[in-house]
Design a protein. Structure first.
Length: 575
């Protein structure tokens, strides 16, 4: 990398792990590799460490679904049996289709990171690890190098940056309002019994984490013939949980999946993207992607279902798929979907439309940066509500626990309106204001409230690196309107995310930062910032509709490594 052959990775979780994996595989070998991690571990990140999980939390992936790493999960368990869980304490009994406890998965990822760094050192890279070291600022100076400052006051200089800072859970009311928690993490902050009703905002996997944490503290699950019952502790006899959701949907369950849909083969290539844009007014069309990455693969997998939906628009398809959810009680639908998922697993038969939709969700990330503003707005309004439910892939064990809570009368779900809101109570907890399904306005007090709607995007002004913001190295994400009249209408309607640029162009500001196809940061003028790459998921959520998971990190890491290699040539980076 020209004068200073040093790459710094800010954050040491799964994204960093896969960035290093591909730097090695693509032979992009700097003289020095810095890794800055604010915790005391590499590889595990927030979700797979004590910062995001306890023993009761399980991942929504199994060993057979993990991306390629130096050793397989089976090989790792053979070397390091996990005594905390009988299903993983003996490699001879390992079921590769079984979901993995999150803390165990974190141990595995940590070990793979260690092996990758060992490989890097053997290849001549000087690896410098700085654990328990938060980076407070980054400046790109006139020397074209990045100057890094840490919370300890130390300074470092490097020629390339890969931002891998991971999940971000800011505290807004937590620690200011008694009984208010801005996230369920770390779960260790919840201690003792809760002998009263609890409000949880959301029904995502984040909400399930909150449910599992509080359930363990206030009662006991008993397993009998693969079913659970739940009994409250005497000290928690008044404990209950109410989930509040604008859509009222519980997450869909894991089912048998055939093959590996999350691969480069599913993704529209860069050449294909630019060829399509040339012929279609400078945009990639959402309808084209829906046909390419959902309908056509579905036709091969399940011709009968394809024939039912082949002539439906995106809006009509979503309405068809969600109509049943709207008609049935959430928990009764939950039970029905569990039965369907169990049959899928037992018979080793996939649920084709769900598998294809999950694959579509993964593939849409890459052309999404080339959508028109209209298509992005349309996708977020129609498709994402369905996708977010289906790709949750809730493990069966979590389902059984939630149903045990439901059968015991401990958990409930209330569907609320768009105008619902939460305000702090003067003494303790919150007041939840909402209109129920019958239109009755309600205001209910809860002594404990957990915001569990999941990871939210980090906006430009909230990016913690002032030097990058003020120095112009990063910018907010924007998409252009194809139809100027549509942009003008949205602006007139008061949409604060619409920007008018003279003479008569309209843009939609999306969440997070602007990046190109290589995850390279774009400056205010839309030009790539040399040597600055962003894999921090909350920073790039606006242009990446489905940005979570190890598969996403793997694909992004490869694109970053290839970009560095193509820009500088691997030979320039080798000592």
């Amino acid at each position: 990398m020209k004068k200073n052959d040093t790459i710094a990775i800010i954050g040491g979780g799964p994204a960093a792990l896969f960035a290093v994996k591909h730097l090695i595989s693509e032979q992009v070998l700097p003289n020095q590799l810095y890794i800055f991690e604010k915790s005391n571990r590499l590889g595990a990140g927030m979700p797979y460490s004590e910062r995001g999980a306890c023993h009761e939390h399980v991942a929504n992936v199994s060993a057979n679904e993990l991306p390629h790493l130096p050793e397989t999960f089976s090989e790792y368990i053979t070397r390091k049996p996990y005594s905390e869980d009988p299903d993983f304490s003996d490699y001879r009994n390992l079921n590769e289709f079984q979901v993995i406890p999150r803390l165990l998965l974190g141990n595995y990822l940590e070990e793979q990171f260690r092996l990758l760094l060992k490989q890097a050192r053997k290849l001549g890279v000087e690896v410098k690890i700085h654990k328990e070291t938060a980076v407070t600022d980054i400046h790109k100076k006139d020397d074209h190098l990045f100057h890094i400052t840490t919370e300890k006051g130390d300074a470092f200089i490097c020629s390339g940056i890969i931002l891998c800072t991971g999940h971000h859970w800011p505290k807004k009311n937590e620690e200011k309002v008694k009984g208010w928690f801005d996230s369920p993490y770390p779960p260790s902050k919840f201690t003792g019994h809760t002998n009263y009703a609890v409000a949880i905002r959301g029904t995502s996997l984040t909400a399930v984490d909150a449910v599992k944490t509080l359930a363990r503290l206030n009662g006991t699950f008993t397993k009998n013939n693969n079913e659970y019952t739940y009994t409250l502790h005497e000290e928690s006899r008044n404990f209950s949980m109410t989930l509040f959701s604008k859509r009222g949907y519980l997450p869909a369950l894991r089912f048998h999946s055939e093959g590996s849909p999350y691969s480069e083969g599913w993704i529209m290539s860069q050449d294909e993207i630019y060829e399509y844009k040339q012929k279609n007014g400078g945009f990639v069309d959402l309808d084209y992607i829906f046909d390419r990455n959902f309908k056509k693969p579905l036709q091969k997998k399940h011709g009968k279902f394809y024939n039912e939906i082949r002539d439906l628009s995106i809006e009509e398809f979503v309405e068809k798929m969600l109509s049943l959810r709207d008609e049935l009680d959430s928990f009764e639908l939950f039970k029905a979907e569990y039965s369907e998922a169990q049959k899928s697993i037992e018979r080793h038969q996939t649920i084709a439309w769900k598998e294809m939709l999950a694959a579509f969700s993964y593939a849409i990330n890459y052309p999404a940066k080339h959508f028109s503003a209209e298509d992005m707005m349309r996708m977020r309004k129609t498709l994402l509500p369905l996708i977010s439910v289906i790709i949750a892939s809730l493990p069966q064990s979590s389902y059984r626990e939630i149903i045990a809570l439901y059968n015991a009368g401990i958990i409930d779900l209330i569907s609320v309106d768009d105008e619902s809101y939460v305000e702090p109570d003067a003494d303790e907890g919150i007041i939840y204001h909402y209109s129920d399904e019958t239109g009755n306005k309600k205001s209910e007090h809860y002594r404990l409230y957990i915001d569990a709607i999941g990871q939210q995007p980090v906006q430009f002004n909230d990016i913690p690196f002032e030097g990058l913001r003020d120095g112009g190295s990063i910018s907010s994400g924007y998409l252009k309107f194809r139809d100027k009249n549509k942009g003008a209408e949205a602006l007139e309607e008061g949409n604060s995310h619409i920007l008018k640029v003279e003479p008569d162009y309209f843009y939609l500001r999306v969440d997070g930062l602007n990046i190109n196809d290589h995850f390279q940061a774009l400056d205010y003028y839309g030009e790539a910032t040399e040597n600055l790459y962003i894999m921090a998921v909350p920073y790039i959520a606006g242009l990446n509709p489905d940005y979570s998971g190890l598969d996403f990190c793997d694909t992004a890491g490869k694109r970053v490594a290839l970009s560095i290699k193509q820009t500088f040539g691997a030979d320039q980076l080798v000592s």
